[in-house]
Structure formats: C-alpha cells, structure tokens
Design a binder for this molecule. Structure first.
Ligand SMILES: Nc1ncnc2c1ncn2[C@@H]1O[C@H](COP(=O)(O)OP(=O)(O)OP(=O)(O)O)[C@@H](O)[C@H]1O
Ligand SMILES: [Mg+2]
Length: 520
C-alpha cells in the first residue's frame, strides 16, 4: 500500500454541498496520494458523483477547501478547464465525447491552443500525435480521423481514457489525477478484462507512474481488486475507510455501505417458480438485419428467461425489436396468441408488452419532466390505444409516490425532475415507470445497471412478485450471477444467434463456467 500522507495529490477538506433541500455532501474529507488508487463506494445518492464534480471543477461547493499537490485551489477560479490544466481529468460513464467530431479533435478538445502557432492550428500534428498517443497508451490504434459517432461503445471509452493521458502528456504532467465515475457500469464481460489491463498498463507506464485514480463503482469486487484504499460514503458523509483492501471481501464492503449485511438469499432463489401458466410471448425465427438471426424461444406466465451474451451478441437489439423499436425483417412474434410482428410500439403496449431500455437517457425517461409524469407516460400511451386509462393528476401523484417508496427512490418528492437525481435513482425511475403500466410481458435490458447492491435486491424481489402475478419476464443482462440467480431458463446469444439454452432451476443452478463457455 502506498503511504498516504506523503506526496498528496489532492486533499478535499470538509466539503459541503446542498441542492435545494438535498444535502449531497455534508462535511466530506478525502485524500489521494501520488500513485495511489482510491475507491469510493456507497449507495445510490450517497454523494459519490458530487465529490467528483467538486474535484473536477464542475461544482463549487458551498463550503470546504481543495488542495492540489499541497496548494489550496482558489475556489472562485476553479473550473473544469482549470482542473484539466492542473492535471485533474474526469472520465464519464455517459461519455462526454462529441459524436460529430473526429477522434483526434475530441482528444484535444479545449486544448487546441497547444497546437497553434501564429493563430493557426496544426491539425496534421494533432492527428499524428493522436495516433502516437493511442499506440503508446493502449497499444492499438483507432483511426484518428474517424468520427467518434461511428465508433463502438468500447472504442469511445478507450478514446475517453486516452484523452486524459494524452493531455497530461502534452502538458507535461507526470502525476495526473484520473476521476472515474462508474466506468464499467455498461461494460460486458469481455470488455471488463481489457479495461482492467488497460488501467494496469497505465499505472506501470514510466511516463505516468505517479498517476493517481479515484474510482466510483457499484461493482464491489472491482473496487476491492483495483483500489489500494476505499472510502465508504453514506448520506453525504464518509462513514468508513478501508485501508487494507486485501483482507476485506465484497460482503464486508456491502455491510459498511448499508450498515447491515447483504441479504442471505440475494436472488430470492427460494421464491423461484417451478410451474408456469400459458405461453405469453413466442418468438419464431425472428431476424433483424445486421443484429440477430433466427431467434426462437417462448416465455410462459410466471417464467423468467434470462438472455446473456457479450458485446455484439445482439441481445439488446433483440429487446428493442420485441418492444417494437426496430422493425422485424423475418420470422413471427406472438403475444398471448396475437401476431404482433408488424405492430407499432403503442399496439404492443396495448397487448401488454412493457420495456425497460438499456439507455435510460434516450429511451427511458425524460430528464426534464417531473417523476410523476414520467411514471405515467407508458400508461398514457396505453390509453391512446385502449381508451382504458383516465388521467387524474391526483391519482398520478399517488401512483408515483407509491412507486417511489417501493423502489426507495431518493428524491424530495414526485415532482422533482430525474435530471436532478443521482444516476442510480434515475435508473430506478425507469424501472418503476415500466412496472406502473401493468404489463403482462416485461422485457428488461440490464434492469440493475448503475443500481446499488441494496436496491438490486429490491428489484429482484419485485421481479419475483411479478412472476407470481403471472407476468412473463425476459431479462437481458451482462451480470452472470444475476442471469443465473434469477432465471428459470437462460438463453445465450453470440454473434446474433442463440448458441445455448440452459435450464436454471432453483437448487440446481448452472455454474458461471457453464455459461461463460457459451458466451465467448
Ligand atoms: N444537480 C442536482 N440538483 C439537485 N440534486 C442533485 C443534483 N445532483 C445531485 N443531486 C442530489 O444529491 C445527492 C447525491 O447525488 P450523487 O449524484 O452525488 O450520488 P451518487 O452517490 O453518485 O449516486 P449513484 O450511485 O446513484 O450515482 C442525491 O440525492 C441527488 O439527488
Ligand atoms: Mg453517481
């Protein structure tokens, strides 16, 4: 372990931050040493992202001080750009790159002056350096001239990380501080290992051997594995500090986060059903061009079918196609005996389909519309096709308030905009919304992404409740324990086709190895 008190990169002292009535930070003090890798764990809404916003100059806290390499940062003068110049870089989970600019333009965005002489920017040098930095830091090259919008998710993440090191290198900063906010939340099994080895390589790069990291993540295994030291936050305060990450396990860390041990029966396996009702949804040789081919399976009332697969397996595309968001090229889709292959989204909702999308920002919720209105959106759609739903603002609020309680959504009340909630709480709004709509077939794309360990358990219980009520559930997920723990049956996809279908009965679950073999 690195000695903390020597060579501090950053020291945040007594930071306080309120948003309206919410006290996001309540006297937070943390330190990161040179070359140190520090983790930040805590439940949804604990204040983790706010700490990163303060350190990266996005928010000026109400009170508190920041010291960088021993010098106090003049608050009035602290901004995201200044933070970059001082060697502090934040890497986003919801990536901050501009899709219609090229890789090299994104890489040095805001620092073009470093390439200019007599008022003109030397774009050739920029491009060449981008290529060189890519090769130097990640050992592979992405065409610097390619538009970022055309890159895969993983490639964009790579550009985002290399960007931090590239600018640090240009500015000749040998000890940058890299702030990572849930960098792996949306990564699949195969991307994870690549990401960890990239981080490992960065840490041993001679140029950056003094680089420091502050990592926020809900993957507790990864927090413990990567970090030298971990702070635990709760309700805007640091409540614990784990200095010996080698002798602590996930369950210990979880207990420190929530103040109690992790539920013994995390996936509620004892509640898994073994008998089902009628067939609810039927996929027959379903194909969507460039996404997946020839997918066939069915789900019965009360059954949970898990769909697993690595990036590019086509599993999320399958979810979108079932919801009606992308047209089906061939094959048939039936819901409760009705052919809905060519039905619109609205018609499918009318037949009972509910969908929780992967991308909560573009399809899930409307960030600037109050929670209660967000909740009743799909119910509204339903009324357009069935005429069954009569809108009442009072009823709407009551429904929303109830759903917020059920999901432990941390917000002052149901008229707050999701934009003002923490990431995990936004995700819970998406889940809650889909469940308010009384669907009989539910398609969930990564239902627990970005959600903390306690709230995950709540969601698992809820899925069991729904199954008991006869809802047919298709759960698309990258988390193997969840895929195995919750499902009655597991469908594994690879390269757009189903490669394996495995039963996963309570008490006789397949092992992770069994599933991984079919994944890759
Ligand atoms: N811009 C904002 N306006 C109002 N409230 C906010 C704003 N940003 C954060 N909050 C509130 O501050 C609290 C802390 O939020 P923060 O995003 O730091 O949590 P977090 O620990 O990152 O949670 P998660 O794990 O869900 O991402 C939350 O209650 C959140 O709703
Ligand atoms: Mg957050």
């Amino acid at each position: 372990m690195v000695e903390v008190h020597e060579d501090l990169i950053v020291e945040l002292q007594d930071a306080t931050q309120t948003f309206g009535v919410v006290r996001a930070l309540d006297g937070v003090s943390i330190k990161v040493g040179k070359g140190e890798f520090v983790g930040l764990a805590g439940e949804n809404g604990a204040g983790k992202s706010t700490v990163l916003s303060v350190l990266s100059g996005l928010i000026r806290p109400d009170a508190g001080t920041i010291r960088l390499r021993g010098h106090e940062v003049p608050q009035r003068d602290w901004s995201f750009h200044k933070a970059n110049l001082a060697g502090v870089f934040r890497i986003y989970q919801e990536q901050a790159l501009l899709p219609n600019l090229s890789v090299y333009e994104n890489m040095y965005l805001g620092h073009e002056n470093l390439f200019s002489r007599a008022g003109t920017i030397n774009r050739r040098r920029m491009r060449a350096l981008a290529r060189q930095h890519m090769e130097e830091f990640v050992g592979r090259s992405i065409d610097p001239g390619a538009l970022v919008g055309g890159l895969s998710w993983g490639e964009r993440q790579l550009v985002e990380i290399v960007r931090a090191f590239a600018i640090a290198s240009l500015l000749e900063i040998r000890s940058p501080l890299i702030l990572l906010d849930e960098p792996t939340a949306a990564m699949t099994h195969d991307d994870l290992e690549a990401f960890y080895s990239l981080l490992g390589r960065m840490r041993t790069q001679a140029t950056f051997e003094e680089a420091s990291f502050l990592l926020v993540s809900h993957r507790l295994d990864e927090v413990l594995r990567l970090s030298d030291r971990v702070y635990v936050m709760k309700d805007g305060r640091v409540v614990d500090e784990v200095t010996d990450t080698g002798s602590v396990d996930e369950a210990d860390l979880h207990a420190a986060m929530v103040g109690r041990a992790r539920a013994h029966n995390y996936y509620c396996e004892d509640r898994q059903r073994s008998s089902f009702g009628r067939e609810s949804i039927q996929l027959r040789n379903l194909s969507v061009k460039n996404a997946f081919q020839d997918v066939s399976f069915e789900v019965h009332e009360g059954e949970i079918v898990g769909v697993g697969g690595v990036t590019g397996s086509g599993k999320s595309e399958l979810g979108r196609a079932l919801a009606g968001l992308s047209p089906i090229d061939s094959g048939t889709l039936g819901i409760h005996g009705h052919d809905v292959t060519n039905s619109s989204v609205g018609e499918r909702i009318g037949k009972g389909i509910g969908y929780v999308p992967l991308d909560r920002h573009s399809e899930g919720i409307i960030l600037y519309l109050p929670i209660d209105l967000n909740m009743t959106l799909s119910a509204l759609r339903q009324s357009a096709t069935t005429g069954r739903f009569i809108l009442s603002r009072t009823k709407e609020r009551a429904t929303a308030t109830q759903a917020m309680k059920r999901f432990a959504i941390r917000a002052p009340n149901c008229t707050v905009k999701p934009a003002d909630l923490s990431g995990g709480n936004q995700q819970k709004v998406v889940m809650a919304r889909s469940l308010v709509a009384d669907s009989t077939v539910l398609i969930l794309d990564h239902p627990t992404r970005g959600v903390d360990a306690g709230a995950k358990h709540e969601i698992y219980q809820l899925l069991r409740d729904l199954a008991d009520r006869g809802v047919a559930i298709i759960m698309i997920t990258d988390e193997l324990p969840e895929l195995i723990g919750l499902s009655n049956r597991i469908v594994v996809m690879r390269g757009g086709v189903v490669t394996q279908e495995t039963l996963s009965p309570a008490g006789a679950k397949p092992s992770e190895e069994d599933i991984v073999k079919a994944l890759v």
